[in-house]
Design a protein around this ligand. Structure first.
Ligand code: B4P
Length: 221
């Protein structure tokens, strides 16, 4: 028997094991969730944060709108929910996030924008990242009053043409879905001591500075 071959194979497996399970490797990645109600500025701030920290931006809203624009079966199905201010079923968005993470194997980290929106999505995300030996480091929640949210979304609707932004009852429905289904996600991350709130009213640059400060404090700790 060629023992040498097996010793070499074992060594290879051992190296693979340490690559997959090394806490140092996990620490190299930085994974952030930008959390908040519709219109709180997640998309706006995400663009600035990914540029500053070199993260991959994963916005389930953008991914779904791409599917709709391409008239894929997934997009056509998702549109029925989005146009009424409802959440798209968990299995659809979890599948999209899974394949997006797979597409960016060498990422320095991810910024999740608009995901997770339910506790089931948060649990699925923990599993997906756990399989890659990494985890969520920080959840930053933008706080904005309801009237300001409605005002911002109706304003965006004037130019974006997004059907979910042009109709006030649909906007109110999105906010009630947020309060019922998405707020519990905050408690999920509070229990894990990863949750921090940031004032989401003020200029875009002021809010960006507050987000950066929270991230830099976390990175230094
Ligand atoms: P999303 O695309 O995630 O969008 P959003 O919540 O409406 O907006 P966001 O918070 O990113 O606001 P933005 O920066 O653009 O979701 C759309 C829909 O997709 C959902 O309703 C749902 O149906 C579906 N969906 C997405 N993810 C899902 C999931 N995980 N599960 C199930 N369904 C899912 O800012 C809004 C406006 O405010 C902009 O006009 C912006 O210019 C303005 N603004 C931003 N910052 C400002 C500031 N500081 N001051 C004044 N205005 C500001």
């Amino acid at each position: 028997m060629n023992y040498f071959k097996y010793i070499r194979l074992w060594s290879f497996l051992e190296i693979e094991y340490y690559i997959c399970h090394s806490p140092r490797l996990a620490a190299v990645m930085f994974n952030l969730i930008l959390f908040g109600p519709p219109g709180s500025g997640k998309g706006t701030q995400s663009e600035k944060l990914v540029e500053k920290y070199g993260l991959i931006h994963l916005s389930t809203g953008n991914l779904l709108r791409e599917e709709i624009a391409n008239k894929t079966p997934l997009g056509l199905e998702a549109k029925k929910f989005m146009d009424h201010g409802q959440l798209v079923p968990d299995e659809v968005v979890i599948g999209m996030i899974d394949s997006s993470i797979e597409h960016h194997k060498n990422a320095a980290g991810f910024l999740f924008d608009g995901f997770p929106r339910t506790v089931a999505q948060a649990q699925a995300l923990d599993k997906l990242l756990g399989l890659k030996g990494t985890e969520i480091d920080l959840v930053l929640a933008l706080e904005v009053t309801e009237e300001e949210l409605v005002h911002r979304l109706l304003n965006r609707g004037k130019t974006s043409g997004r059907p979910d932004d042009t109709n006030e009852p649909v906007i109110r429905k999105r906010l009630s879905v947020y309060n019922n289904d998405t707020s519990p996600v905050a408690d999920y991350y509070k229990r894990a001591q990863k949750f921090k709130t940031v004032a989401g009213e003020g200029s875009v640059n002021e809010i960006f500075a507050a987000l950066r400060q929270a991230i830099d404090v976390m990175m230094a700790s």
